[in-house]
Design a binder for this molecule. Structure first.
Ligand code: GAL
Ligand code: CA
Length: 335
């Protein structure tokens, strides 16, 4: 009996001491939940894969004491239908911000309707919706880069490479015979990059002759295949391969390396993105240059914007273009 009393007294005293101690301390601010739903058009895309890795890291870093962060990732593997379903699932699961990399960039209406009905803001990224769609609701944003700038930079660095080496014009006709490997049809980064690269080269005084133009959908294997088809027609006549991204430039290099052409008959290859393999190819001297697509900057902008959207604080500190757009600058990379 006595023992029980002493024990009870002890527990009581301990509790008092604990409570007194707690009173003096400041209570930590309540953590907010950032539950980010990320919908990706196709994760096997090299640049996209690296961008998503970067986003995971950024979201994790932004957490700290302030946020409890969770990221749910879905891969639509090239189907808009699948992506629409995945976005619905993400919303049902309780995501409070969405990052959407549309499959069909002209077809976001279903996703926008779903998000609006549930009041979940969307940060579109990498595949830019048309302005009319972004105007459909005030909680829609876009994070990406300016396609025109990447094309221009690709043209500039290619002009520098050509002007520095007269041997690139192998047949000495004063013109550069070239082929273009283009990304997906209808993608903002395909036509605009090509147009601006070609126009910039011309404006720098390079005379061009287009031999062929192929769509290879950002994909290395498709680019290799397309290049092999071009070979039969133009074999050693090509002096420049302008590719809308690094993976397609690397696919073209794969085709040349498998051919029986000697290195001296290889054209100049240029890409865009600065993926890990792309940068390695520049370092190895296989790619004459690339244009860095700032995936870390894009990922950071997305994570920060998501945090602001959830907390409702700091919107005034984000620099938007036209209230909704965040564009990260490209930069030129040569060896
Ligand atoms: C581009 C990038 C390509 C591809 C594409 C996917 O910005 O340069 O390599 O990833 O996005 O939408
Ligand atoms: Ca020539």
């Amino acid at each position: 009996m006595k023992v029980k009393k002493i024990l009870a007294m002890g527990i009581f005293l301990c509790t008092c001491v604990y409570l007194l101690g707690a009173c003096g301390k400041e209570q930590p601010a309540e953590t907010e939940k950032l539950y980010l739903g990320v919908a990706c058009y196709n994760q096997s895309d090299t640049f996209l894969g690296e961008l998503i890795d970067s986003l995971k890291k950024q979201v994790n870093d932004i957490g700290g004491d302030r946020f409890e962060t969770t990221l749910a990732l879905r891969d639509a593997v090239g189907s808009q239908r699948t992506q629409d379903d995945q976005v619905k699932e993400l919303i049902d699961a309780g995501c409070n911000v969405l990052c959407v990399n549309l499959v069909e960039r002209a077809d976001p209406s279903e996703i926008i309707d779903l998000a609006r009905e549930n009041d979940v803001p969307i940060i579109f990224f990498n595949r830019e919706p048309v302005p009319e769609d972004l105007m459909q609701w005030d909680k829609l944003y876009y994070v990406g880069a300016d396609a025109k700038q990447s094309g221009k930079m690709q043209g500039e660095l290619t002009a520098d490479v050509i002007q520095a080496d007269s041997q690139i014009d192998r047949n000495g006709d004063g013109k550069i015979q070239y082929v273009v490997l283009e990304g997906e049809q209808g993608h903002q980064d395909a036509i605009i990059r090509t147009e601006n690269a070609v126009n910039t080269l011309k404006s720098k005084g390079i005379v061009l002759e287009k031999l062929s133009y192929r769509i290879a959908n950002w994909n290395r294997a498709q680019a290799q295949n397309q290049m092999e088809q071009i070979f039969s027609q133009y074999s050693n006549k090509i002096e420049l391969v302008l590719a809308n991204n690094d993976d397609m430039a690397l696919g073209a290099i794969d085709a040349y390396e498998k051919s029986n052409l000697t290195k001296s008959a290889f054209p100049v290859f240029v890409g865009i993105d600065g993926t890990d393999v792309g940068l390695q190819a520049v370092a190895d001297g296989k790619l004459a240059g690339t244009v860095y697509n700032d995936k870390e900057g894009q990922a950071e902008a997305m994570a920060k914007l998501a945090a602001v959207l959830v907390s409702g604080e700091g919107m005034d500190k984000i620099k938007f273009e036209n209230d909704k757009y965040i564009y990260l600058p490209y930069r030129k990379i040569v060896k």
